[in-house]
Each structure stands twice: as structure tokens, then as C-alpha cells.
Design a protein around this ligand. Structure first.
Ligand code: IVH
Length: 671
């Protein structure tokens, strides 16, 4: 390295270090040390130096936190140690019973107070971070507890999470567990933005956090102000854990990870209950949502002794708070028409603040619920938000009635198209029977266009309403017949935005088969069952031609679903409409991989850069042939596929005697 190279390298490192310090002060300590403008200057300087000297840029640079190339799908990631769940206590009695149980399991007399560690139960999305030699190498969602989704790129955009632990002596490997959350204020702001863009809003901060983290495009995640709190440990290699969780959290904090600010070592159940009550009184004022406190035996050794029951540690419990309630007035009851024509009564209430969210509507579910609770227009009611923004009416305050309250009955005709509403025997819901109901059409289009279905980007609710109201779209297929002038004629559109929408419609014409099936909005067919159907039938035509018996052969498809599918494909009108639609949309059928399953049961680990294949290409080839890929080498690994600059994985493979192959040998094996 030349002298000037060395200077640049030092300068880059110094800047990185300085920015990381400011990031930690801002995002973790909540105590900024520089102004935004000063920070920007440093950040741009670093970006510029890295652009001029790419060979000196570090993958750990804070400039890498802005998100990168979008993924096609998330890779699976197996946790070193499974991520378990917690048992709940909903009352003080249930908590006391937990305390007594713990005494029994660790064989300590009941009169002796146990040392518990109590902290907040963050209402977010659990995450497993893997640090190897102090460097963040992987981050995965909980998934089914054994295997989650690899969201490393997205986690790297969260600035409160260090890319490198602040220590000279990091563990060889450690799994750190925590929760990703979106603060309530940012959640409200995000929803407002979604509304402005005509996109779907999130039901609650937890869903918003999950939706933001599970973005294939990490640039979107980077634009969402997520943060996290860390509290747990999974696999540990080359590091001696402290004796207690409270000390472990101090360790996490010293490493630069955010930990909850409200936590306490409690002696005995009584102190825990005091802490629980203290936090309950603070709950409304916390910047993020919590749904309880988590109480854990503080000593790791005693946690071991207590053991596990089913998938939960016996030494811990989620001591939950009841859902938050408020009293408000029902000003009106309206009926919403859903995609399948379901008529849902919704109470329009005087705006009221329920745990930080302003509530204006509450669902009343159906007529039976209205009757059972005797809900009337003009009633004062207790509403409860159990996590979701749309709360429900739990109780009518009958003492407050003045006599002018009005009963409500769901009309027997659709409030939008006037067709008769039909309520089949044994069902709670009445549905609009209109074939050309505009409300149903709008909902069907919204469902069809959404991200999880065929994904017409930018076709938000408002635009769908406009298109239908203007008579431009009467069937799903009409979306693809829209002309530039049609779109331009809508309020709010200009040249650029009209082209943008038409391009988005054009790009949505080749959805994956399951997304197309899901998008059709067949009753009872959600994303998961759509996937099963696509995998099984492989072609849309085969699905349409399947009878109930054929459908029941699909693992995971039950009676109700099968009937709903055949029922949907019965009508001539519907089939005509589908045929029209298929002139514009070509669902991509899942490949019968067709490859011989030469790698069935084999596990591969990829390392280094291969001469011609990208990592995801190689992974796909392995999976298509029945093999699996894993991110770490163990005795169970069958092959390590190694390219240039393979690092520690190669060494580990050699140490364990695992077969190492080159791309060329890999190609040979496939033959
Ligand atoms: S400890 C065995 N501590 O709650 C699992 N979990 O209902 C140990 N959670 O899956 C988890 N805040 O995602 C723990 N302070 C906290 C938590 C917490 C939120 C979540 C976590 C867990 C779920 C269980």
C-alpha cells in the first residue's frame, strides 16, 4: 500500500469510527452529540472517499446502512439454538402461581424469595442476530422457532444495531435475541404517508415493524425508523456468559446494543408485581408499544435447572396487561361491503385516544354481535384495542342511556348497489348478492393489485375508487386496457404519474402463479393455500378444471376451501372474465424443477466468490436438485462449495474433513 493509500485508509477508518460514535449517541443513548448538518458533512465525506477508493471501503461502513439491491426472496436461516416462546400470566394470581411453580422446580422452599429480572415485553417482531468474531454476519426472523428468514441486509439498515460489537475481545460466535419495534409516533407518521400515497395502512405498530423488516428491497426498510431492544442469548461459542441475565444485558449494552431502559432485579414475587404496576402506569407514555413485562429467573444456572415445558422455559413468563380500553360515543353505524360482498357493520365513534392511537371507528362484526351486546346508535360504549388500530366494542354502558338511542339492523339490501343481501343459514354474515356491485368490484381490484397479489405498484385505494367511479374499470381485465388518456383524465394525474401507473400495470402482467391465484380473492383462499394450490397443480388451467376430489388431494386444502374454489369457477360469467384476464396476464407457473434430485438430502455451504455463478444461482441449482444450503459448516455439511477468497468456512471444512469442491467439480456432480 502506498503512503497516500495508507492515509486514505486511515481517514476512512477514522470517519467510520466517528460516525459510528455519533450513531450510537443518537440511536442508542438518545443523546445526540452533533447537529444533523455536521453529521451529514461527515457522512458525505466518507461516501466520497469510499467512492474514490472502493478498494478501501469496508463492508462494515455506516454508509452501507442505506440499503442495497433488492432480493428476489428471503433465504431460510436456521437458528443455532431454537427460539422458544413464553407462557403468559394474565393476572396477579397467575403470576403468583408461576412463582410457586418455579420454587418447586428448582426445589427451593417457598418462603425464600427468588431473584427475578423483570423488563418490558416489547410488542414487535423477534429477531436473532449472529455476531461472529464481533461482526454482524446474519440476522433472521423467528420463523417457526427453528428456521427463520434471513433479513441481514434489512437489519443492517437499523442504525441502533451495531455492525461490529464494541469490544476488543468478542465471542467467537454469539446469537443475540431481541425485538424489532417501530415507535408509535413513527408508526402514525408512516400510516399518514401510506394514506397520502393511497396505499394500505398498517393495523398497528407491530405489523408495521414486521412489514418494514420483511421488505425484499432493503432501501424501503432503510426509510423506516425501526429500532430494536435486545434481551436474550442463543448459541454461544468462545465466550463465558455472565451468571445472570441482568449482567448479560449490561454486557449487551457495553457492546453497543440497545437494551430496555426499564428493567429491574426484583427479590420475590411482590417486588415483581410492584414493577408490573409501575410500568402499567407508564405504559401510555412509552414511545413504543408493550404488551406486558417479561419476568425471568435472573441466574442462568437456575434457568437450566427449571428446564422447559413444551416450547417455553419454565423460568420465564410474560406477565401481560389487559387490552387498553376507552369510553366513547357511537355517533353512527355504517355498513361496509367487502370483496366477497360481506356486509360488516362499523361504528363511527367520537374520536378517542386509545394508547396513543386516535380511534374513529370500531368494528361491530355482524348483526348477531350487535344483538347480543344490544348496541345502539347514541350509546356510550367501552371499546378495546387488542393490538390493532381498529378496535371492537366490548360493552355498552346502559346506565348512560337517555332513551333516544336507536337500534340498528343491517339492511336487507346492499347499501351500495341495492341488490338483496343474502345470509345463508348457519352463517353469521350477510352478503351482497349483486353481480355488478361497485363496492365489491373496488375491493376485488384492491385485493388483486396489492403487493402480495399481482403487485401493481402505486395503484392505491384512492386510485381504484377513481377508476371505478369514472367507469373506466368494470372488470379486473379492464385494468390492462387503460390508455394514457384514461389515466390522465383522473384527478391528480399528470404526464409523469400517468406513465408511471401504466408502466406499473404493464410490469404486473407476469405474476407468479400463486400470487395470481391469491389475487383472485376466492373466499377462504389466503396466500398459504394459494401457494399449495400452485405447487400442486402447477398450471392455472389445471386448477380451474379440478373438481372437489382433486382439490382435496392437496395437502392443506380442506373441505370448505375446495368447495369455495369449485363454486368460484362454476359461473359462465366468471370463466369469461377469467379468460379475458388471461389474455393480459400470464401467471408464471412453478417449474416442475425437472432436474434429477442428485443432491437429495445433501447440505451445502457456499463460501467465497465463484468464477461464474452468483451465490443465489448456485443456491437455486442446489435446491432445484433436492439439496439444502446452510450458512455454517458443521460435521453435517456434505459439501463446501468454495470460490476465491474463501475464509474461515473453508478452514473449518478442512478441519472437520468436509469435502470442499470448486465450481467445476460442482458442475460435474450435477451431471
Ligand atoms: S425473552 C423463550 N424478553 O415475546 C423466549 N421476550 O411471547 C424468551 N418479547 O418470542 C423471550 N419482549 O419475541 C423476552 N423482554 C423480552 C421480550 C420478549 C418481547 C417477545 C419475544 C418472544 C415473545 C414471547
Amino acid at each position: 500500500m502506498s503512503g497516500s493509500q495508507k492515509n486514505f485508509k486511515d481517514e476512512i477508518e477514522n470517519l467510520m469510527h466517528e460516525i459510528e460514535k455519533h450513531d450510537e449517541a443518537y440511536y442508542v443513548q438518545d443523546a445526540p452529540t452533533v447537529t444533523d448538518a455536521e453529521y451529514d458533512v461527515l457522512f458525505r465525506k466518507l461516501q466520497k472517499l469510499e467512492a474514490e477508493h472502493p478498494e478501501l471501503a469496508s463492508p462494515l461502513s455506516p454508509t452501507k446502512r442505506v440499503g442495497g439491491k433488492a432480493l428476489e426472496q428471503f433465504k431460510k436461516s436456521k437458528h443455532g439454538v431454537p427460539m422458544l416462546s413464553l407462557a403468559n400470566a394474565l393476572t396477579e394470581e397467575e403470576f403468583t402461581a408461576f412463582d410457586e411453580r418455579v420454587h418447586r422446580f428448582i426445589e427451593i422452599e417457598e418462603s425464600r424469595k427468588l431473584e427475578y429480572f423483570a423488563e418490558l415485553k416489547f410488542d414487535g417482531l423477534s429477531i436473532n442476530l449472529v455476531y461472529e468474531h464481533g461482526i454482524l454476519t446474519r440476522a433472521a426472523t423467528r420463523g417457526d422457532g427453528e428456521v427463520g428468514e434471513d433479513v441481514t441486509e434489512n437489519i443492517k439498515t437499523i442504525r441502533s444495531i451495531p455492525m461490529k460489537l464494541h469490544t476488543e475481545h468478542p465471542p467467537e460466535k454469539i446469537e443475540i435475541r431481541g425485538e424489532i419495534v417501530l415507535p408509535v409516533r413513527d408508526f402514525l407518521r408512516l400510516n399518514q404517508n401510506q394514506i397520502n400515497k393511497g396505499e394500505k395502512t398498517f393495523a398497528n405498530p407491530r405489523n408495521a415493524a414486521a412489514g418494514s423488516l420483511r421488505q425484499l428491497d432493503s432501501k424501503i426498510t432503510a426509510s423506516r425508523p425501526l429500532t430494536g431492544f435486545f434481551y436474550g442469548v442463543g448459541e454461544v461459542v468462545g465466550f463465558e456468559l455472565p451468571k445472570t441475565i441482568s449482567e448479560f444485558e449490561n454486557q449487551l449494552k457495553a457492546w453497543g446494543l440497545p437494551v430496555g431502559q426499564w428493567r429491574k432485579v426484583c427479590h420475590g414475587a411482590k417486588e415483581v408485581i410492584e414493577f408490573y404496576k409501575e410500568i402499567e402506569s407508564l405504559r401510555e407514555t412509552l414511545p413504543f408499544e408493550i404488551d406486558g413485562v417479561v419476568v425471568k429467573l435472573n441466574a442462568f444456572s437456575l434457568q437450566q435447572t427449571a428446564g422447559f415445558i413444551a416450547r417455553s422455559p419454565r423460568s420465564m413468563i410474560a406477565f401481560k396487561y389487559p387490552p387498553q380500553k376507552s369510553v366513547t360515543l357511537i355517533e353512527d353505524i355504517q355498513v361496509q361491503v367487502g370483496r366477497t360482498g360481506a356486509l360488516t357493520p362499523v361504528a363511527i365513534v367520537s374520536p378517542v385516544n386509545v394508547s396513543g392511537v386516535i380511534v374513529k371507528r370500531a368494528t361491530l362484526h355482524n348483526q348477531d354481535e350487535i344483538n347480543r351486546k344490544d348496541i345502539r346508535i347514541g350509546d356510550h360504549v367501552v371499546i378495546q384495542r387488542a393490538g390493532d388500530v381498529i378496535p371492537e366494542v366490548v360493552e355498552v354502558l346502559k346506565d348512560k342511556r337517555r332513551g333516544d338511542e336507536r337500534r340498528f339492523f343491517i339492511p336487507d339490501t346492499c347499501p351500495v348497489c341495492g341488490s338483496p343481501a343474502v345470509r345463508p343459514e348457519g352463517e353469521a354474515v350477510a352478503r351482497c348478492s349483486g353481480k355488478n356491485c361497485i363496492a365489491k368490484l373496488k375491493e376485488r381490484i384492491k385485493h388483486f393489485a396489492q403487493k402480495d397479489a399481482i403487485n401493481i405498484e402505486g395503484l392505491g385505494d384512492k386510485i381504484v375508487d377513481q377508476l371505478v367511479d369514472a367507469g373506466l374499470v368494470k372488470h379486473l381485465s379492464d385494468l390492462f386496457k387503460l390508455s394514457y388518456d384514461d389515466v390522465l383524465s383522473l384527478e391528480g394525474f399528470a404526464e409523469k404519474s400517468a406513465h408511471k401507473l401504466l408502466n406499473a400495470i404493464e410490469s404486473a402482467r407476469t405474476p407468479e402463479l400463486y400470487r395470481f391465484i391469491y389475487g383472485l380473492g376466492i373466499r377462504h383462499i389466503g396466500e398459504t393455500s394459494a401457494k399449495l394450490l400452485a405447487q400442486h397443480f402447477k398450471s392455472f388451467k389445471k386448477l380451474v378444471n379440478a373438481n372437489t376430489d382433486d382439490l382435496l388431494l392437496v395437502d392443506g386444502i380442506g373441505d370448505e376451501m375446495a368447495k369455495s374454489i369449485t363454486h368460484s369457477f362454476e359461473g359462465k360469467e366468471y370463466i369469461d372474465e377469467l379468460e379475458n384476464l388471461l389474455e393480459f396476464v400470464t401467471p408464471i407457473e412453478p417449474k416442475a424443477s425437472g432436474e434429477s434430485q442428485v443432491f437429495a438430502g445433501k447440505t451445502f455451504v457456499l463460501t467465497g466468490t465463484l468464477p461464474t455463478l452468483t451465490r443465489s444461482e448456485a443456491e437455486k441449482m442446489i435446491e432445484d436438485r433436492g439439496g439444502k444450503t446452510s450458512s455454517s459448516v458443521s460435521k453435517k455439511t456434505d459439501f463446501v462449495l468454495a470460490g476465491a477468497e474463501a475464509g474461515s468456512k473453508l478452514e473449518k471444512a478442512q478441519a472437520l474433513g468436509v469435502r470442499v469442491i470448486s465450481e467445476e467439480e460442482f458442475n460435474q456432480l450435477m451431471k
